[in-house]
Design a protein around this ligand. Structure first.
Ligand SMILES: Cc1cc2nc3c(=O)[nH]c(=O)nc-3n(C[C@H](O)[C@H](O)[C@H](O)COP(=O)(O)O)c2cc1C
Length: 184
C-alpha cells in the first residue's frame, strides 16, 4: 500500500513508527527535564494487563552513575545523556496471578515502545538495552528485591540517524485466516 493515501494524522504516526532508530552514538547535550518527564508519561499510557500497572521507572542522569551502569552493561553503546530503566514491581505483578509476571514483562515492553516513539517525536534518540548485569545494576541503583529491572532505554541527542536495518515484508510474516495461508 502506498502510504500517501493515509490521512494526515495516520501518516504522521506511521512516519514516527517507521523513522525511529536505535541510536548508539550520542552528542554531548542534555535532554531537557520536561522532555524526560513527558517521555516517561508516554510510557504510562501504554496498555497494562488488568490495568495493574506494575511498572516503575528509574531515571539515571548523574554522570558517575551513568558511568557505573555502563561498566556493567555490555549492550549499552555510546554515552547517552540519560538512562531510563524500566522495571516492574513484583508485589504488584503477583496480583495478576499465574500470568502476573508475564503480563508485567509485556507491560514493560509496551511502555518501552511508547517511550522510544515519544522520544523520537521530540528529536531524542534512544536504544533499548537488554544486555546488562541485573545484579550489578540493582546494587548500583539501590533497587530492592521486589523490583525487577527489565529493560534500559538510553536517551540522548544522536550523532546522526542511521539508515534503517532491513525489515521483513508483510508478505513474509502475515498469515491470513490460518497459518500458512498467504494474503492474496
Ligand atoms: C528486547 C530487545 C533487546 C535489545 N537489546 C539491545 C542491546 O542490549 N543493545 C543494543 O545496542 N541494542 C539492543 N536492541 C536493539 C536492536 O538491536 C534493534 O532494535 C534492531 O537491531 C533493529 O534496529 P532499529 O530498532 O533501529 O530498527 C534490543 C532490542 C530489543 C527489542
Amino acid at each position: 500500500m502506498s502510504h500517501d493515501v493515509l490521512p494526515g494524522d495516520a501518516r504522521v504516526v506511521f512516519e514516527v513508527i517507521r523513522g525511529r532508530r536505535c541510536i548508539r552514538e550520542f552528542i554531548d547535550k542534555e535532554v531537557p527535564s520536561e522532555y524526560l518527564r513527558v517521555i516517561v508519561e508516554a510510557g504510562l499510557w501504554a496498555p497494562s494487563g488488568s490495568n495493574l500497572q506494575p511498572r516503575e521507572f528509574i531515571l539515571v542522569r548523574d554522570k558517575n552513575l551513568l558511568r557505573a551502569v555502563k561498566l556493567v552493561s555490555p549492550g549499552l553503546y555510546g554515552n547517552p545523556s540519560a538512562l531510563l530503566i524500566i522495571c516492574y514491581n513484583k508485589n504488584t505483578a503477583r496480583k495478576g496471578g499465574r500470568l502476573g509476571e508475564t503480563m508485567a514483562l509485556l507491560d514493560a515492553a509496551l511502555s518501552a515502545q511508547n517511550i522510544m516513539l515519544m522520544a523520537y517525536a521530540l528529536g531524542v534518540g534512544s536504544c533499548p538495552v537488554m544486555s546488562f548485569n541485573k545484579m550489578a545494576v540493582k546494587e548500583i541503583l539501590d533497587i530492592p528485591d521486589y523490583v525487577e529491572p527489565v529493560l534500559m532505554i538510553s536517551l540522548g541527542y544522536p550523532k546522526s540517524w542511521p539508515k534503517p536495518p532491513r525489515r521483513k515484508s508483510v508478505e513474509e510474516v502475515l498469515h491470513v485466516d490460518g497459518y500458512g495461508r498467504r494474503a492474496r
